[in-house]
Ligand binder design. Sequence first.
Ligand code: AMP
Ligand code: MG
Length: 325
Amino acid sequence: MVSSQDIERAVAVLRAGGLVAFPTETVYGLGADAANVEAVKKVFAVKRRPTHHPLIVHVADAVQVANWARDIPPPAQELARRFWPGPLTIILRRAPRVHDVVTGGQDTVALRVPSHPVAQALLRAFGGGVAAPSANRFGRVSATTAEHVRKEFGGEIELVLDGGESDVGLESTIVDLTGARPALLRPGWITASQLERALGRPLALPGADAARAPGTLPSHYAPQTPLVVIEGDLLGELAAAFVRQGRRVAVLALSASQPVLQGITWITAPRDAAGYAHALYANLRGLDEAACDAILVERPPAAPEWAAINDRLNRAATNAESDQP
Ligand code: AMP
Ligand code: MG
C-alpha cells in the first residue's frame, strides 16, 4: 500500500515544512516536523485546534527520547522497554530545544514510539520527531482509515499515507511521569492495571489532577449527530419510540436485538473489546452519515478492558456547548 517512494515523498514534504497524514496503530496522525515552528502551526490551523492543546511528538525509538526530554526518570525507561513501540504516550519534562508551539507552552512534552510499520518507516527515514495529533477536525471523531482522513480534510493536506485500518482504533494511553506520582491522563488500549504492574506502584487516575491534562475535554471524539449512551435493555424500546414520533434514529448495539421496524439504521458492534475499539470510529462515522436525529449507543460493560471505550463514548455523548478549554 505504501511504497518506499511514498515514504521518500513524505519525508520531502516534512522537510519542506508541509503536513503528512500517516497511519499509526492507534488512529491516523496529522504530522509535521516537530522542530519546525511554522510547520507545527499549520497543524493547528488545518485541524482548527486551539493552540494550548499540546501535540504528541512521535519518534522512531526510545533512544531518541533524550533529544526531546530531560531528567528522564527510571520508570520512563521501564515503560518504554515494556510498551514501545506501541500505543502508549509518556509525558516527560521537555528538553530546552522543544518549541512552545508543540507543548502548548508547558514545561512538559508528550512522546510516543508508534509500532505501525508505515509510521516506523516514516520516522526512521525522516530521522527527527514528528509532532502529530489525530488527523481529524478538532473535537471530532478520530480517523482510522486514509479515506476518513481525506474526507475530513479534502485537499488541505499535501500527502496522506494509506496504511490500511488502524489496528487499535482508539487514541494512545497517556501517562504523566512528571509529577510526584505517575498519573493516567487518558485511558487507552494499554490499561491502568498493565501500567501499574510495569511501574510497581498505583497510578493517579484521570480527574485527580485535571489541570495537567490539557486537551482532555468533556466533549471530544464527537459525531455531528447528538449521541446518547443507554442500557441495552432500553435500547430497542427507545429506538422504537423515536420512530413512532417520526424521527430517524441510528443505533450502535452490542447485545440488544433489532426491533422489526423501518427507519432505524442499526449496526451491531463486535462483542469483544478489541474488535469493538477497532471498529468504533468507523461505526460512529457510518451512523453519523445516516444523518439521523440521534445516535443511540448501547452501554458497553464496565470491565477494565472497556475503560477507554467508555471514556470515548462518554465524551462523544457530551454536548459541545459544555467544552471547557
Ligand atoms: P490528540 O489530540 O488525540 O493527538 O492527543 C494529544 C493529546 O496529548 C492532547 O490533547 C493532550 O491531552 C495530550 N498531551 C500532549 N502533550 C501533553 C503534555 N505536555 N502534557 C499533558 N498532556 C499532553
Ligand atoms: Mg485528537
